[in-house]
Write a protein of this length. Sequence first.
Length: 127
Amino acid sequence: MRELDLERYRARYGLTAVVMSNLAIVGVSVFGVWQLHGDKAVTVGVLTAAFTAVSSTTTAYLGIKAVSNTARAMAQPQVPAPGAAPAPAANPEATPAAVPGSAGTSGAIPGPAAPPDAAGDRPRPQE
């Protein structure tokens, strides 16, 4: 089985599971409202809970699916479009890195100052 077919089956059956669970929630909610015989306070609570369950289930499925698709797209190697010029390859040997403070490099950032010598360069405290 190819990977594309596997992804189609996952998407199809995942969406089917979400739709079936949403239909079950709606069915139980309709039955509950029907059994309440017009008690408005409890009916509002049942419908609110049903709406929350349906929306959170659907949002969770779509969020997981989006993250999965994004991760799969990032893991796949980038294939250039047909007819596009290939990107130049980076050759670290062709462009030497500028060494800070080295001679002949214009605009180079100077290196840190050398630490004071342990013997004579240390400032003496005022007596």
